[in-house]
Ligand binder design. Structure first.
Ligand SMILES: NC(=O)c1ccc[n+]([C@@H]2O[C@H](COP(=O)([O-])OP(=O)(O)OC[C@H]3O[C@@H](n4cnc5c(N)ncnc54)[C@H](OP(=O)(O)O)[C@@H]3O)[C@@H](O)[C@H]2O)c1
Length: 300
């Protein structure tokens, strides 16, 4: 039986990775920080999945080598600095694993986004270079936009975290007619496990480009499904540029809604074409579920 270690398994993506790995029949291992290990409620899902728990930290080289030494493959789904990711790269080189899915991929395809335009992506690019230099058997999964980050905010990243449901007020960027692509965390996990079981995916990159939609279409879809009419503020490309000068992380909004970089065709194989047996959740089905949750909240 194959054993898989997930680092970041308490996060929105990592928890789906843990469930998908268990469904795949893997012997599941998770590495959690000491505070999480001491929190019974946060540990409950791992107990239910029969996971072996390793206490450690991405910044603790020894803990990574010990945990990785017990498994065949490692998935990292932690949003951290390049220094922490580099520690993991060094540890995996020492431990030796048969496959490594780095968190560096869970965003835009490096081939689509221009270097220098999005600081977090440049960090991921550097990590990917280190992975290749270390000659690790990687599989990078480019996801483009996550449902929980982009679909739930009607494409307005600045609303992320305010509510799991679409906002009552949001900003439309540019003319609203530039397409972008989105995928649910559950489907990212399904693609990842499929690729882990594919020997042909070693030292390769895979791009998920599903659910192509413009921000105008996304808002219209939510209106139709929920009967709600969110208030729309507008920000031109030039106004967004001024915001990016102050907050460079907002370069992601330019990549999605001005430059259309998540919908660009690149040479990277697309997951749906590569694995046609996989089906993907639609934005409409996500909105139907959210509208149901919203109705229940109002009644409650
Ligand atoms: N493309 C998109 O739309 C999009 C959206 C969101 C995220 N992402 C990407 O997806 C990946 C995962 O993001 P995420 O938001 O799911 O991650 P996250 O929630 O930031 O991190 C997942 C878990 O990692 C653990 N963690 C944090 N620092 C750690 C450390 N030093 N050592 C060990 N564990 C640590 C935390 O667990 P504890 O607190 O329990 O220790 C946390 O719950 C990242 O690469 C991120 O950039 C992409």
């Amino acid at each position: 039986m194959t054993s898989t270690l997930i680092i970041g398994a308490t996060g929105p993506l990592g928890s789906e990775m843990a469930k998908a790995s268990a469904r795949n029949g893997d012997r599941l291992h998770v590495l959690v920080r000491p505070a999480t290990a001491g929190n019974e409620e946060r540990m409950r899902p791992f107990k239910a999945l029969g996971a072996t728990v390793h206490v450690g930290d991405l910044d603790d080289h020894g803990s990574l080598v010990r945990a990785a030494g017990k498994v065949d493959r490692v998935i990292s789904s932690v949003h951290v600095s390049s220094a922490s990711e580099m520690t993991l790269v060094r540890a995996l080189r020492e431990a030796g694993v048969s496959r490594y899915v780095p968190s560096a991929g869970f965003g835009l395809d490096f081939a689509a986004a221009a270097p220098g335009s999005i600081p977090p992506l440049d960090i991921k690019r550097d990590v990917f270079s280190a992975i290749k230099e270390a000659d690790l058997p990687y599989t990078v999964i480019y996801t483009n936009g996550f449902f929980s980050t982009w679909v739930a905010t009607l494409g307005d990243l600045t609303r992320f975290g305010s509510s799991p449901l679409p906002p009552e007020e949001l900003t439309l960027y540019g003319n609203g007619n530039v397409p972008a692509t989105f995928v649910s965390e559950k489907d990212i996990a399904a693609v990842t496990l499929r690729a882990l079981n594919d020997p042909g995916a070693i030292r390769s990159e895979i791009r998920i480009a599903q659910n192509k939609i413009t921000q105008n279409e996304m808002i219209d879809l939510w209106r139709r499904v929920s009967g709600r009419s969110p208030r729309i503020l507008r920000q031109s490309a030039d106004e967004l540029e001024a915001m990016i000068a102050v907050a460079p992380g907002l370069g992601l909004l330019r990549a999605f809604w001005i430059r259309g970089e998540t919908a660009l065709e690149t040479a990277t194989p697309e997951a749906g074409a590569l694995y046609p047996e996989l089906t993907f959740e639609t934005i409409e089905s996500a909105y139907v579920a959210m509208a149901g949750a919203k109705g229940q909240q109002r009644q409650g």
